[in-house]
Write a protein that binds this ligand. Sequence first.
Ligand SMILES: O=c1ccn([C@@H]2O[C@H](COP(=O)(O)OP(=O)(O)O[C@H]3O[C@H](CO)[C@@H](O)[C@H](O)[C@H]3O)[C@@H](O)[C@H]2O)c(=O)[nH]1
Length: 517
Amino acid sequence: METILREEEDDGGGARGAKDPSRKPHVVALAYPMQGHINPMIHLCKRLASLGLSISLVNTQTNHDRLARSRGAALEQGLDIAMLALADDEEDPSAHQGGAGAGGDDALQRSLVAADAMERPFVALLQGLLDRGRGVDCILSDAFLGWSQDVADRFGIPRAALWASSTEYCLLNFHLLELRTRGYAPIRDASVLDDDSHTIAFIDGVAPLHPKDLPSILQRYSSHDPGFEKRYARTRRLCDAYWILGNTFQDLEPDALDAIQQAINDDPTSAAKKKRRNFSPVGPLLPSAFLGLGGDDLGSGNGLWIEDERCVNWLDKQSPSSVLYVSFGSLAVMSSAEMLELAAGIESSRQPFLWVIRPGSHLGSFDLEGFVERTRQLGLVVQWAPQLQVLFHPSVGGFLSHCGWNSTIESIAMGVPIIGLPCIAEQNLNCKRAVKDWGVGCKLQRRGDDDGDGDAIVGREEIERVVTRFMTGEDGMELRIRARELREAARRCVMEGGSSHKNLEAFVEAVRINGLR
Ligand SMILES: O=c1ccn([C@@H]2O[C@H](COP(=O)(O)OP(=O)(O)O[C@H]3O[C@H](CO)[C@@H](O)[C@H](O)[C@H]3O)[C@@H](O)[C@H]2O)c(=O)[nH]1
């Protein structure tokens, strides 16, 4: 393996650079170019900095600029975190998130292209740091950036990875080949989708699943798709990271966490190196203020879009637990037909709502102005919200969500029950767990996909019925009680002495004593 550092620069500690024992350990963190990955990386970096590490947090130039526009000076307050930008030659294609394609899959594809294009400028950035005598003790990169393991190996720097979704989804990635062999990734026989008795129950740590609950990206893979091989290889590279930090918590996914650790221990690559790799839950990765642990970090300014400041004032004027928060994250794209149904259903439910309609998040024509005008007394529509503040606000009683992992875990951490309307990626699976296993949500049923081409939409009557029962009936009350129980479990994990907190401390200590090697 090529080592980029020249011999004479290597002080025997790989790329650690300066030997000064008083030097704070320096971690170079690298975020995947998507909002749902940037957010947990920022929160993780803040936690690590507060535990004594010095952090350089790297984003694409485009995302760095967008963050700077929305952030002001908020991020670095009192913490040793430097925000760095990659010297991209071209505009980051992920900047057009939620663009033209239906569902949001186009945006996912663009983010893959953007992620690959980050390698060359990242190598240059790293080399620049080292050339200036800035030692690097660890590269902490998003698990989706598989190439960063090669870079870390070449530079002789240990790598840790952030897994930004559920542990269960990580396990499914580990079992991709088996899923493919058995005809589930992609789904070989479409009739299994209509057979309610069919279950997938052969993966340790993954409770039985219906093929419909598999992540949509796995269901639809073409076996000729080079993306499959790439995904598989990327997951395998994860086993070479010294430490994998998961944005989850012990009480939420105990079986999956045991199973993933076992899978990593058994993996031929890590076993061959005879060095234990850890998969450690360190979540929910959120500012402590939202976990009931004090602090004044309001988590604002991580957005690639500008937060609408009216949200909190508007919520202040509403009654406790009365407002339905509606948001589909940073990628999902609705058809105009589904937007129409959503709008009609929300309007006729007569429940107060705060709805985030991101620019580019729906196709075709939808008379947004007309809707806003008609519902002025009932709700507020914004382009981007301070979601953490919204979910934490006592007026919010429910979250109509696409069930992206961040939204799911944020909602759980704040005790807000969920109405799930999954759109793409692994949102099906997150929704299934929220509804069936954790008991904190219910799901809207889509209809009309008779030809199985995925164009089913949810109807206005279903939305009106579910929203009304959820916000005003006993169903919602029960879900709210369960959500609050899980919120307490999450808090216990992140507070001092809790499992997530201890795992973070152990990781920081390992970086400090150069124990990742
Ligand atoms: O108005 C808004 C809307 C969202 N957010 C934040 O944006 C993030 C959105 O993340 P997530 O809920 O995970 O949705 P996506 O952005 O769609 O995330 C992508 O990445 C996730 C992590 O891999 C996956 O779980 C999702 O399926 C995938 O779509 C969350 O932190 C939200 O708090 C805001 O701050 N304001």
